[in-house]
Ligand binder design. Structure first.
Ligand SMILES: [Fe+2]
Ligand SMILES: [Fe+2]
Length: 259
């Protein structure tokens, strides 16, 4: 299922890279802002009982994970990044809040009550605030990698065009988010000393694998109902990890950043 993305001025294409990467990503988020405003769950088909039950047990956790003001993240970004980076990060947070809104609609459509809190969310929030901007974005990226596989599975297997398109929209955004952080984070990570940088890389990789195992098992019901399963989901996350790990931890992009 493919969603046509909004058009972006080629001169501002973040994929082109360059020194003004923050400005390019700011422009990308600006052009995508409000893209999901008209989305509704009207016209949904009747879901297969296994899919409906799986979504009810799984979606609220992801909906909660997409919720947040980003207050701490933006405070950290203001301390370490330039104005374009801060604005791009602000628009990134707004896009995540849009996902939360879309998933709340999906939860309502399958009669799944929203969660106020969940232990996995508390663990992520605690860990993200431990070491400042870099640790916060790295912990976000653990969730982003897992989310990409999760929404792809749901988009392909939910068996309903309306919900499938909602999950495909979120999936497309999450892929952009990985590119955004791959384009902007390495410069910040490169400010760590070499031992800290390597330590962070190993810990982050282990955290992705551990978190993916927990999510694969916790959400096995919906993964199976959508034609996948915990093992296939885990393999998908490991493939993504293999591709992106070297992009986030790329010391060849080391540049001086004004504090
Ligand atoms: Fe999201
Ligand atoms: Fe995201």
């Amino acid at each position: 299922m493919t969603i046509t993305p909004p058009r972006l001025d080629p001169a501002l294409d973040p994929e082109a890279g360059g020194a003004d990467i923050d400005a390019r990503w700011r422009a990308d988020f600006e052009v995508h802002r409000g893209q999901h405003a008209d989305v509704t769950t009207a016209g949904m088909w009747t879901l297969a009982p296994a899919v409906r039950d799986g979504l009810r047990s799984s979606l609220p956790t992801f909906q909660l994970g997409e919720t947040g003001t980003g207050r701490h993240l933006l405070a950290m970004a203001r301390r370490e990044g330039n104005a374009d980076y801060v604005e791009a990060m602000r628009l990134f947070v707004i896009e995540e809040q849009e996902h939360s809104r879309l998933l709340a609609m999906a939860c309502e459509a399958v009669d799944a009550p929203l969660l106020a809190t969940h232990w996995t969310d508390r663990v992520f929030q605690w860990a993200r605030r431990l070491l400042g901007l870099r640790a916060e974005v790295l912990m976000l990226l653990v969730a982003e990698l897992i989310a990409v596989c999760y929404y792809a599975t749901l988009a392909a297997g939910v068996g309903d065009q309306v919900l499938g398109r909602i999950f495909a929209r979120i999936h497309a955004d999450e892929l952009r988010h990985l590119d955004f952080h791959a384009g902007t984070l390495p410069r910040h990570l490169a400010r760590w000393s070499t031992p800290t940088w390597w330590c962070a890389r190993v810990v982050w990789t282990m955290t992705v694998i551990g978190s993916a195992v927990v999510v694969a098992w916790d959400h096995r019901q919906v993964l199976r109902a959508c034609g996948s399963g915990p093992t296939r989901f885990l393999i998908g996350v490991l493939r993504l990890l293999r591709f992106h790990e070297g992009r986030f931890f790329d010391r060849s992009t080391r540049v001086t950043i004004e504090p």
